[in-house]
Design a protein around this ligand. Structure first.
Ligand SMILES: [Fe+2]
Length: 257
């Protein structure tokens, strides 16, 4: 993506700045995301109308809920892309990743078959990780170090949900970031779509400059309004320090997803 504009540090970001959304559930019929091709295509057109130019599809992989296999997801993605190719906006890019819960499945992949991991981005060197709601796994710091040694950049999904990470002035968030992780906040959180607590946490991240990436985490056409409301809420905020584009630029400025 050599045409991605660099960060505009003292202005509000927009979908066009972000270019590629790195977190959504638009691969149909594999998790709690899009129900069918029609819904996925509708969502892509709406995102393109907002200014996005591509999406990384990140179906859940989690031991307790969606135990999708990477090989199967790759096949499903290629079939989906070929089925809908003629129905997508011109030049809209699709890529496949996954949203890995940091659980037994992910640990097995990371340490026994890392070649299977659904990474994306430049040199396929980015991975999206989800943390448990109520605690940070004690092995998280080691995982972040090991991913770094492997040359993989971990993106921590919707950090506004992890209330424990905001204790002690966000000490965990800041340490993870210093370990090389990128912190992602959901756009819809700014509009209160996930509750007042998440909205407040998202605004805190904005004000402190802790956001490396903004993601849609879009599951369904019914949530498109939440994305638009989120962008409106962001535009109403005072411009903050950094506000989320440094990570996006770093990930996307060198090649396609
Ligand atoms: Fe997600």
């Amino acid at each position: 993506m050599s045409d991605v504009t660099g960060p505009r540090q003292r202005e509000h970001p927009s979908p066009a700045d972000l270019a590629i959304d790195v977190h959504c559930h638009l691969l149909p019929r594999v998790d709690d995301g899009a129900k069918n091709d029609d819904e996925a295509v509708e969502c892509v057109h709406a995102l393109a109308d907002m200014g996005y130019r591509g999406s990384v599809l990140t179906p859940h992989i989690a031991y307790r809920s969606f135990r999708g296999k990477e090989d199967d997801l790759r096949v499903r993605f290629e079939k989906f892309r070929s089925r809908v190719h003629d129905r997508l906006p011109d030049d809209y890019r699709l890529a496949l990743g996954a949203e890995y819960m940091l659980d037994d499945i992910f640990m097995d992949r990371l340490y026994r078959s890392p070649e299977k991991l659904l990474t994306f981005g430049p040199d396929r060197g980015v991975i999206l990780l989800e943390l448990p709601r109520s605690f940070a796994p004690p092995f998280l710091d080691q995982v972040l170090r090991d991913l770094s040694l492997m040359g993989v950049v971990p993106v921590l999904a919707h950090i506004e949900r992890y209330t424990y990470a905001f204790l002690d002035e966000g000490a965990d968030l800041r340490r993870w970031r210093e370990s090389g992780a990128l912190l992602q906040v959901n756009v819809g959180a700014f509009a209160g779509s996930f509750g007042d607590g998440c909205r407040s946490a998202a605004v805190t991240c904005w004000e402190r400059g802790w956001i490396d990436l903004l993601g849609t985490d879009l599951h369904a056409a019914s949530s498109l309004k939440s994305i638009k409301d989120g962008w409106n809420a962001i535009r109403a905020l005072e411009p903050g320090p950094g506000h989320g584009l440094s990570g996006q630029s770093r990930l996307l400025s060198r090649s396609s997803p």
